[in-house]
Write a protein that binds this ligand. Structure first.
Ligand code: 5AD
Length: 377
């Protein structure tokens, strides 16, 4: 579909976005029209979230996983992949580094597991990180986000009470057929949705997101994903291009050409920024894996969060969700590079700030504050 500059200008001026408008925006190919969308999204992020960029130190503490997602490099059936779990001491080292560098927040991610011992272990990690990273600059310790998949309400509650206050759980796609094609039958869209609701009810700031450019995915489906983010009232959004991973069943399924995935991923960031002005949006590692300036472009299109990986390199190489990721790590410490990119887009790095999504507090206010909720710890 060829979309005219004037039509897009009219949508941007109106500032309300129907499903049809979103489809129109996501279908733009022409450079001048894309630039108009990008500039509009950038203006919104600057107005709503200011010119700072928040960093979350990402620690991928284990690549063991009970699930078998058809796209993912750490899926259960990838039998030749050596599996690791970091020790508490290793995680703490990363957490201290994260605090020392002024990141303010950290994300603990791992493959999905549900054994009692795992639940207990994570609870201990959370408590220890919180207590060991308190300082004058961070009186409440590091902000702590978990990304550990689908769990019972009880587990989510235990981790929340231990001190985690944000949770990332991507929906991956809201299209039921596509979801079913890329996951084994024991994983359902319904349960994923129920988990997101549970997390919200417990008082977490909740992030979700999708992969972009999946085989068979259309702009209509992506528009539905954006409508879903709005109806869920998500506080944070993390999206990235789908990237083929050699050892997976999906490796040779036909996906869109990489440049189309890049264009679409950036447009999705811009559209989500326009539709949900006050949320946090991450410029993701997958974007950077697809393009040498992926992080930078994500910021230019309206993202305000970067999640640098602090996983120790030997482990990091085994946290291989998709091909191309290795190069992002391979360049060693890209701390200085991130600072340069942030400056290059005329923004500054936040320091010692949790960088919570203001959307969360507005959502809570309008819901009359959940009785067990905690906010600015
Ligand atoms: N390409 C892009 N993203 C992927 N993820 C997993 N596998 C891939 C892949 N092949 C993303 C999923 C998951 C997150 C942790 O990593 O969206 O939620």
């Amino acid at each position: 579909m060829d979309v005219s500059y004037r039509e897009v200008q009219a949508i941007l001026r109106r500032g309300t976005f129907s499903r049809r408008d979103i489809i129109t925006l996501l279908s733009v190919r022409e450079a001048r029209t894309r630039e108009a969308i990008r500039a509009a999204a950038e203006a919104v992020v600057l107005r709503e979230r200011g010119s700072v960029v928040y960093r979350r130190g990402l620690v991928e503490f284990s690549n063991r996983c009970r699930n078998n997602c058809l796209y993912c490099g750490i899926r259960r059936d990838h039998r030749t992949l050596p599996r690791y779990t970091l020790s508490l001491a290793q995680i703490l080292r990363a957490a201290r580094r994260c605090a020392r560098r002024g990141y303010g927040s950290m994300v603990l991610q791992a493959g999905e597991r549900r054994e009692a011992s795992f639940v207990r272990e994570v609870e201990a990690f959370v408590r220890t990180i919180k207590s060991q990273t308190r300082s004058k600059r961070l009186p409440q310790g590091l902000g702590l986000t978990l990304s550990l998949g689908e769990q019972s309400a009880q587990t989510y509650r235990r981790w929340f009470e231990a001190g985690a206050h944000r949770y990332l759980l991507r929906i991956e796609t809201t299209n039921a057929d596509l979801f079913a094609r890329i996951h084994p039958p024991d994983q359902t869209l319904r349960r994923r949705l129920a988990c997101l609701r549970t997390l919200q009810n417990l008082g977490y700031q909740v992030g979700t997101g999708v992969m972009i450019g999946l085989p068979g995915q259309t702009v209509e489906m992506l528009a539905d994903d954006v409508m879903f983010f709005r109806s869920l009232d998500a506080d944070m959004i993390g999206m990235g291009p789908y990237l083929e991973q050699a050892h997976t069943p999906m490796a040779d399924w036909a996906a869109a050409p990489p440049l189309d995935r890049l264009r679409l991923s950036l447009l999705m960031i811009a559209v989500v920024r326009l539709v949900l002005p006050d949320v946090n949006i991450a410029s993701t590692t997958a974007l950077q894996a697809l393009h040498p300036e992926g992080y930078l472009q994500g910021l230019r299109y309206g993202a305000n969060v970067i999640m640098p990986r602090l996983t120790p390199p030997a482990a990091s190489r085994l946290y291989h969700l998709y091909d191309g990721r290795a190069e992002v790590i391979g360049r060693g410490d890209h701390e200085a590079q991130i600072a340069r990119w942030v400056r290059a887009v005329g923004r500054q790095l936040a320091r010692d700030d949790w960088g919570d999504s203001p959307h969360f507090f507005r959502r809570r206010q309008s819901a009359c504050a959940a009785p067990n909720g905690r906010s600015g710890r």
